[in-house]
Design a protein around this ligand. Structure first.
Ligand code: TYD
Length: 139
């Protein structure tokens, strides 16, 4: 298990260095996000109307930023769903483990940056919603 306290999902506002030449934002271990980063991936070229995700993770935690464009992240804790609309490159969504997550409503040319606390491990995925509910109810 993780050695830090499991937190709730939350939108985190990132630092913004405003400049006439263009703005700059950043996040770093572990000042802006509540875990040490082991992996970075990004989702791009999503055709209109497509959705991504549709799974949960046992151990993986994520921080999701709409670097460009916009999309929605729907988080489901097994009881209720909450939709987070990401549309600014200086806001990110922290997603703890054991949340069923979907991403949809991608705008044209949107770019989703995702950092996480684990390396890719297919065994960490929960891809069956009924299994997800069983695990949640067991907690
Ligand atoms: P998946 O996580 O199911 O995509 P999404 O949640 O966006 O719908 O991953 C899609 C495929 O990409 C799957 O075959 C696993 C592979 N993959 C990697 O190889 N490395 C990674 O870091 C990620 C996130 C996925």
């Amino acid at each position: 298990m993780n050695n830090h306290l499991v937190e709730n999902p939350k939108i985190i506002e990132l630092p913004k260095v405003l400049d006439k030449r263009g703005n700059l934002s950043f996040f770093e271990n572990v000042n802006q996000i509540p875990f040490a980063i082991k992996r970075t991936y990004w989702i791009y070229d999503v055709p209109g109307g497509e959705s991504r995700g549709g799974h949960a993770y046992h151990e993986n935690e994520e921080f999701i930023v709409a670097l460009s464009g916009s999309f929605d992240v729907i988080l489901d804790d097994g009881i209720e769903k909450e939709t987070y609309s990401l549309n600014r490159s200086y806001y990110g969504l922290y997603v703890p483990q054991l949340y069923w997550r979907e991403m949809n409503n991608f705008s044209t040319n949107s770019l989703a940056l995702i950092v996480s606390n684990t390396q890719f491990e297919e065994n960490d995925y929960i891809r069956d919603y009924e299994v997800f509910l069983l695990i949640k109810n067991d907690k």
